[in-house]
Design a protein around this ligand. Sequence first.
Ligand code: ADP
Ligand code: MG
Length: 394
Amino acid sequence: MILNTIRECDFSGKKALVRVDFNVPIKDGVVTDDTRIRAALPTLTYLLDNGASLVVMSHLGRPKGKKNPEFSMAPIAKRFSELLGKDVQLANDVIGDEVAKQVSSMKAGDVLLLENVRFYSGEEGNDPGFAKNLASLGDVYVNDAFGTAHRAHASTEGVSHYLPSYAGFLIEKEVKFMAPLLSNPEKPFVAIIGGSKVSSKIGVLESLVKTCDSIVIGGGMAYTFLAVQGHTIGKSLVEEEYKDVASSFLAKAKEKGVQVILPVDHLCGTEFKDDTEAISVDAADIPENLIGMDIGPKTISMIVDVVNTAKNVVWNGPMGVFEFDAFAGGTLAVAKALAESKATSVVGGGDSVAAINKFNLADKISHVSTGGGASLEFLEGKVLPGIKALEKLK
Ligand code: ADP
Ligand code: MG
């Protein structure tokens, strides 16, 4: 997968239509977490330093195709301007005559933020007319919104049919770290997959089993696998309808010579509650009345050992109910193992990334993906429409 990147374009005197992910939390008209705005700054300042003017666009929340002041980009324009250290004009619409007029009077170095692209149903519907209208606001298109790259929307895919299209630094980095995991990872390659459900992670397991040497299965989904191996799982999470899928996955891994590591001990509770007493179970089998809520110390040390042999590790999905402090230990241990490892480490998935941030370990990981759903689909080996739109040979 070779992308056109912004390094390959001369932006001098050009209007760059840039799709970013400014879908940030807002409370009482104030941005409460500006991480995503900061993340887009390297690309945006690079474009400005290279002589462009910027027409910046993003979605915010779910206004469902209608103009709704509740979902206005106004609070974002303010924070964006502070972080960029220069004036940012906020357009009063996404497309239309007034916006076109504002854009035509822009000079190099000017920055205009469009209103919420989801004020129009043509955005999520990827309507060609709407995409063409958006495209008319720029000379070139830059996409740096990895988090929405799995959606074929007008601002993430449609516009690329009308303008020369380039990947910003964020998307470039995502692809640089994730694409090799599916084709030629450095070996040994270890995949650690957790989370609540087999149904939502089976695609990733099936995809990574093709390239990995060892695969750790933890979290709530592990109990379905343990059950098909004949272990008792007490009252733990189980997806009866996925038992066949789980057992054929185990057979496939065996056939390929891929080591599968499942929990050999657990931390359990009697109720699925924050204050349930944490009970250690020093065996793979879980007694009848207990719920498996985290991996135990023996499992943790197996994971640490396998991570220490790895050259490349990918982690998606928490090892336990990390939202409850008593059951966060397994997830914390995996996060630490990755942070301390010399391997190239990649973390993707909304909750796993939240866990890494909660433990303040993000800067010790080679790559923390900026997209939850998008990174999952990428690891499943699916074609992401927003990425495909930036490929050299479409
Ligand atoms: P990600 O967002 O990283 O892809 P998922 O959304 O698949 O991860 O899974 C995260 C959820 O899995 C968390 O809310 C966590 O509480 C839950 N989970 C982990 N282990 C268990 C368990 N043993 N029982 C029930 N839920 C679990
Ligand atoms: Mg999740």
